[in-house]
Design a protein around this ligand. Structure first.
Ligand code: ADP
Length: 602
């Protein structure tokens, strides 16, 4: 049986169309979520014609329209249930940041509108309210608005008021939230439930046009001249956004965009335009610290305080405790410093007194030596005075007898001068020895000091034994760093004691003095041939007021010890070896460098 050709073609075409219809039917629907800010019914009415037109232009692809509130739309996007969303500018910015949607078109009032300047707000009051003429007058009033989440219905105006120093969040003005539809805001103002109300741009004009409001019944506060055809109190922001979800394919986005741009304006005259720049919306939300910028509130002081106040209180308590402790320590330190200063001053005063006493004792000791020696001083002075007298009388006699020759005259005059110099020398030495003076440190030849003391000793006392002086080779050329008069004082004391000791046993052997080197010091030993001292008394020899002599003071050796120790040396007594007699040995520092003179007040 032959199958007719025409019937075959018809069958093929039928199959083709059936397949195409089936294909369209089985292709997944384009899922579009819209923000139902005025309720489901309103949204259905508003968007259904758009969806129908879109379906027509998308080659028969089915459109699935779903309505959401703010949170619901974000949840649906997270669950991957939507291909596109249509929402207000504020919410779009939030979804862009949180869910990665990206705008493909912006809704404009009519084709001529700039898509970046569509949404704005008007604050209206009853015309007769003459007490409210500008936005700044809203301080202390009530302000009706649909919802705190409404972009054009609240947030835009909230930002404007903040820029004027007012903040509805702090009750300046106090918001009265009416809920949708926005006509409830108008009612609140008309009824006097609120002093003013926030309407999105152009609603007032529409209501007037529809006759719901008498023109001029409501007045717009602080109207701005600008790009909007309607009266507004705020800046203008981009319109609603049509945005693709992140997983939506670019091909589908392109198809939908082409379809949107080709649509004719809807009943309200609104149409879709190229996507606007939503930066101003970002800035506004950032300023209000809401939407994607709500985290900024976390770092604001009040929220920080709320979260961390126990820590802050703890820290403050610790700081206060630390401050109190520091003050306490500071107080203690000051008190201790005061006490130490006072103790130091007392000690300095005491030292000065001791010093003064020592100086007095020094001086008295020298005077006492002089006192003891003064009996024989007359003898020493007598000799030169007698010689001077003799020469003078001899000159007179020769003069009288006419035998005065110039040579003899000259010789006598020279002798007189020399004897008077000798007498003056004796007196000068005694005066220097006796006077109160500054203590000095000078470099001196120790041998010269010993010789000078021996000479003074011999000149002051009658019948004293000589002083035999020996020095080791190692001392030759060395110098000691001393006060020469004080060293002489020590030597004279030791010579005098040695002589006293020898007198006691009737010995007139010379007193022996020897110099040797003892490390960095020069050692001077004075020995006699007297009775010596038992070891137990040797230890007490340098104590003040220790004496075995009926007329003795017991100060001489104690002063010697003080002087030698002030030079940095030491003094000790021992039985002379070989005996009999006592040997007293003291040390003096050697000069280690320049022989300069240092003076210090004694
Ligand atoms: P004073 O000579 O006034 O007694 P000193 O301090 O000079 O005071 O001497 C104290 C004592 O030390 C003397 O009284 C004496 O007993 C003893 N003394 C000092 N030098 C000698 C000495 N070379 N030999 C024996 N005894 C001495």
């Amino acid at each position: 049986m032959r199958f007719p050709f025409r019937a075959l073609v018809a069958l093929i075409m039928l199959g083709f169309f059936t397949l195409a219809a089936w294909g369209a039917a089985v292709a997944p629907p384009v899922r579009i979520g819209v923000l139902a800010w005025q309720g489901l019914e309103e949204a259905e009415i508003r968007w259904s014609s758009l969806m129908n037109q879109l379906e027509e232009r998308l080659a028969g692809r089915r459109i699935e329209l779903r309505h959401f509130d703010l949170a619901g739309m974000a949840a649906a996007l997270r669950a991957g249930e939507l291909d596109f969303v249509v929402t207000n500018p504020g919410h779009y910015v939030f979804l862009e940041a949180e869910n990665g949607v990206s705008r493909i078109a912006t809704l404009v009032a009519d084709a001529s509108t700039d898509p970046a300047h569509v949404v704005g707000s008007a604050v209206v009051v009853l015309d007769e309210r003459r007490d409210i003429t500008a936005l700044a007058d809203l301080k202390g009033r009530t302000l009706a608005a649909v919802s705190a989440d409404a972009f054009g219905g609240y947030q835009v105006m909230w930002a404007e008021l903040r820029r004027l120093g007012l903040d509805p969040e702090r009750g300046q003005p106090r918001p009265v939230l009416t809920g949708f539809p926005m006509s409830k805001v108008v009612e609140a103002v008309l009824n006097g439930d609120a002093d003013a109300g926030v309407l999105r741009a152009c609603l007032l004009e529409r209501l007037e046009q529809e006759g719901a409001l008498r023109p001029g019944q409501l007045r717009v506060l602080s109207p701005r001249a600008g790009m909007s055809p309607c009266r507004v109190s705020s800046r203008l922001y981009p319109g609603w956004a049509f945005a693709a979800a992140q997983p939506t394919s670019p091909a589908l986005s392109r198809d939908v965009l082409v379809a949107l741009l080709s649509l004719s304006p809807d009943a309200a005259g609104q149409s879709w335009s190229v996507p606007a720049d939503y930066h101003p919306v970002h800035e506004l939300l950032q300023e209000l610290q809401i939407g994607p910028y709500a985290f900024l509130r976390e770092t604001a002081w009040p929220s920080l305080w709320e979260r961390y106040w126990p820590w802050v209180c703890g820290l403050v308590v610790m700081l206060l405790a630390w401050g109190a402790y520091t003050l306490h320590v500071e107080h203690l330190v000051q008190r201790r410093t005061r006490e130490l200063t006072q103790a130091m001053e007392a000690r300095q005063r005491l030292e000065a007194q001791v010093h003064e006493g020592q100086q007095q004792m020094d001086h008295l000791s020298r005077l006492s030596i002089l006192g003891e020696l003064s009996g024989t001083l007359a003898h020493e002075l007598n000799q030169p005075l007698a010689a001077i007298g003799n020469y003078a009388r001899s000159l007179l006699r020769r003069q009288d007898s006419g035998r005065l020759e110039p040579t003899a005259l000259r010789q006598a005059a020279e002798e007189i001068a020399s004897e008077s110099e000798r007498a003056a020398g004796v007196l000068g030495g005694i005066r220097a020895f006796a006077r109160k003076r500054d203590r000095v440190r000078e470099a001196h030849d120790p041998a010269a000091l010993v010789r000078e003391a021996s000479r003074l000793f011999a000149g002051m006392l009658q019948g004293v034994p000589g002083v035999m002086f020996r020095q080791g080779d190692e001392v030759a050329g060395l110098q000691v760093w001393v006060d020469p008069l004080q060293v002489q004082q020590v030597l004279l004391n030791l010579f005098k004691n040695a002589w006293d000791a020898q007198q006691a046993v009737g010995c007139d052997l010379p007193i022996e003095v020897s110099l040797s080197r003892d490390g960095e010091r020069c050692s001077v030993a004075v020995r006699d041939y007297g009775p010596g001292l038992p070891p137990e008394l040797q230890a007490r020899l340098f104590e003040a007021f220790f004496t075995t002599k009926p007329e003795g003071l017991g100060l001489g050796l104690s002063i010697c010890k003080t002087i030698i120790e002030a030079h940095g040396g030491g003094i000790a007594a021992a039985a002379a070896d070989p005996g009999p007699g006592l040997a007293i040995r003291f040390t003096l520092p050697l000069v280690d460098g320049a022989a300069s003179v240092s003076r210090e007040s004694s």
